[in-house]
Design a protein around this ligand. Structure first.
Ligand code: MG
Ligand code: MG
Length: 263
């Protein structure tokens, strides 16, 4: 019952229905983060909100235990790019906080990250968030059947570089479905016209990770958190989408919208 293209699983309508529900639950958790985040709370408290929303909706947190990750959400503050472990760090006014959330519903995963402002943030950070969020949608303009995978990558990279930001070398988006991470890897830069031919029913997580300064990163001693070497700030915007004939469908959303695109 699975169409398979290489190692890429084409989802059936029944599977897409489960992924829609997984994605809706991820979006519910983001909604809770958006309305709760404030200076004075800890990243551990924010993680607890995510975990509660996911479990109360009848799903399980995809990341908890994934490769040994200890929490429901990755919470990465300021120069932390990805894979921040929630802890007793207190959020401060002016922080930018990337929250990456996965939920598994009836065996299917949704995966979405968003970067939130804590109170008033600097103009430079506001711009970083705008560029990073728009980079996601610039890439998604090319998410449609008949295009090549790296058409998405190229659009993201060109947009980010044109706005004077950088992209880390070693982190990509990915296929998503029965596993959180499936083939193919979805790079965030590079030449267009390469990689798999996009087909209806492919489900991918597109996730630009954007750095305001230089692209070099290092991993913290905890073995998880990835920070920028130059201390510059970072943002991360991700949606799980299903490829359609005439565009894409965002699965990690509470809104029901069609996204036909002309990429
Ligand atoms: Mg994610
Ligand atoms: Mg992801």
């Amino acid at each position: 019952c699975f169409g398979v293209s290489g190692m890429i699983h084409i989802k059936t309508p029944e599977e897409l229905a489960k992924m829609r529900e997984a994605g809706r639950i991820v979006a519910l958790a983001h909604d809770a983060v958006r309305t709760s985040i404030r200076a004075g709370m800890t990243s551990r408290e924010l993680n607890a909100i995510c975990e509660r929303v996911i479990t109360e909706a009848g799903a399980t947190p995809s990341f908890k235990g994934l490769y040994g990750f200890p929490a429901a959400a990755c919470i990465s503050i300021n120069d932390l790019l990805v894979h921040g472990i929630p802890d007793d760090t207190v959020l401060k006014e002016g922080d930018i906080v990337s929250v990456d959330i996965g939920a598994c519903f009836e065996g299917y995963h949704g995966d979405s990250a968003w970067t939130y402002a804590v109170g008033e943030i600097s103009e430079a950070d506001r711009r970083l968030l705008q560029v990073s969020e728009q980079a996601l949608f610039e890439g998604l303009k090319y998410a449609r059947a008949g295009n090549r995978l790296t058409d998405i990558s190229h659009a993201i990279g060109e947009y980010v570089f044109a706005h004077g930001c950088s992209i880390p070398r070693d982190y990509t988006g990915h296929g998503v479905g029965r596993e959180v991470h499936e083939d193919p890897a979805v790079p965030n830069f590079g030449p267009a016209g390469h990689g798999v031919l996009l087909k209806p029913g492919m489900t991918i997580a597109v996730e630009p990770m954007v750095i305001a300064g230089r692209p070099q990163t290092r991993t913290l001693k905890d073995g998880w958190g990835v920070v920028t070497r130059d201390g510059s700030r970072t943002a991360h915007f991700e949606h799980t989408v299903a490829i359609a004939n005439d565009g894409y469908e965002i699965l990690t959303t509470l809104k029901k919208e069609e996204h036909p695109e002309n990429g």
